[in-house]
Design a protein around this ligand. Structure first.
Ligand code: NDP
Ligand code: GDR
Length: 362
């Protein structure tokens, strides 16, 4: 089973570099992805596998493993057990995977959770970046490194639209932690001449987005309300403006950054912004409902300090990386509602079958 696989992988004395390679004699590229069970990690792993990479996915041990996002590619990933806070495990992860490219996506990624857990956020979202960089510097300094930086670093924005040179003013413990992660990445590039890139990505979403994040919270609620298993939706600040794109487009930019001649930092965004209220309108009206009949404002979801507006200017990425956007805002939200309808429908059918079975005395 899975456990055997992990032990086997970890006990292998030397990394094996020759595989059953679809490109014949060429050496297969190897990537280490942290946070592979998350939204971005799962799309990135898929993309790298399609490109013929050997993908090493690092996951932390949990009492109940969560493979939901990677179920379809679980057997194609080489699993390595490791925790961001444990440098020894990261060194081991780099040693086992012997990577050409390292994508550091793992973090405490939910902004709202960073106020009640500021220190855990600092450990996982700030200091852990140094742990990863150290592991790479010690074991394989020539590996190319991607750091998942964030538009949350702009916080109380100093310039609109925001670009690579816009000053940071984070507004949450999460944002503060990401600023550290960004600068330590730049510093390792400048100090040790490592190929380390920081991608400043604006919000990106998908049907694999965690259920607490606003887009998925809304599309999941729309599906439940439409199917009669929920009757209201409690929300925070509806006036916040965000630049929302599709995760499947954004992970391609991560890869492109590591294929360049020189390491650099890039903003990735759509260049379009919408309010949370518009998000509600688009999602509810898609299934023929009026959001104002269901949405209740609840102070629990209002943040101690808010980022009012984010709008990215990704001209540099378009020009230097040739990156382009494929999925627009409406299409993205419709895709998410469609997927949630499918999932909630299947869940309700299953629950009803249990109730039916119980009623029939089975
Ligand atoms: P997710 O929250 O979906 O994924 C986070 C991943 O990190 C999960 O796989 C999680 O594992 C893993 N992780 C958390 N703590 C640890 C730990 N101690 N050790 C090892 N792994 C750990 O985030 P996204 O995919 O949305 O984002 C990826 C990265 O990009 C994050 O760093 C995020 O902050 C950043 N980012 C995201 C943006 C977005 O809009 N999505 C925008 C800009 C930056 P587990 O499953 O066990 O929890
Ligand atoms: P964000 O994403 O904080 O931008 O961070 P989130 O979807 O949580 O919030 C976006 C905006 O919506 C407002 N909002 C609510 N948010 C949530 N989660 N729940 C609500 O009920 C609600 N009501 C209103 C928020 O106040 C906020 O203004 C995401 C994460 O993926 C980070 O990891 C990443 O770095 C940034 O995007 C870019």
């Amino acid at each position: 089973g899975d456990r055997k696989q992990v032990l086997f992988t970890q006990r292998r004395p030397f990394p094996i570099t020759v595989y059953n390679n679809p490109f014949g004699g060429m050496k297969m590229k190897r990537a280490l992805v942290t946070g592979v069970t998350g939204q971005d990690g799962s799309y990135l792993a898929e993309f790298l596998l399609e490109k013929g990479y050997k993908v090493y996915g690092m996951r932390r041990r949990t009492s109940t493993p969560n493979y939901e996002n990677v179920a379809h590619i679980k057997n194609q990933i080489e699993w390595i057990s490791g925790d961001l806070t444990d440098l020894a495990s990261l060194i081991e992860a780099v040693r086992i995977s012997d990577p050409d490219e390292v994508y550091n996506l793992a973090a405490q990624s939910f902004v709202a959770a960073s106020w009640p857990q500021p220190l855990a956020t600092a450990q996982l979202t700030a200091l852990a970046v140094t742990n990863m960089l150290e592991a790479v510097r010690i074991v394989k300094p020539e590996a190319r490194f991607y750091q998942a930086s964030s538009s949350e670093m702009y916080g109380k924005v100093q310039e609109t639209p925001q670009k690579e040179t816009t000053p940071f003013y984070p507004r949450s413990p999460y944002g503060v932690a990401k600023v550290y992660g960004h600068w330590i990445t730049v510093n390792y590039r400048e100090s040790f001449n490592m190929f380390a890139c920081s991608g400043i990505l604006f919000n990106h979403e998908s049907p694999r987005r965690g259920l607490e994040f606003v887009t998925r919270k809304v599309t999941d609620a729309v599906a439940r309300i439409k199917l009669g298993v929920q009757n209201e939706l409690r929300m925070g600040n509806l006036d916040a403006l965000r630049d929302w794109g599709f995760a499947g487009d954004y992970i391609k930019a991560m890869w492109l950054m590591l294929q360049q001649d020189e390491a650099d930092d890039f903003v990735i965004s759509t260049g379009e912004m919408h309010t949370v209220r518009e998000l509600l309108e688009v999602a509810f009206s898609y299934v023929g409902l009026d959001y104002s009949n269901y949405v209740v404002i609840d102070p629990e979801f209002v943040r101690p300090a808010e980022v009012d507006l984010l709008l990215g200017d990704c001209t540099k990425a378009k020009e230097k990386l040739g990156w382009k956007l494929e999925v627009g805002f409406q299409q993205l939200i419709h895709m998410m509602v469609d997927e949630d309808l499918k999932r909630v429908r299947a869940e309700t059918a299953y629950n009803n079958s249990l109730i039916g079975a119980a009623g029939a005395g089975v």
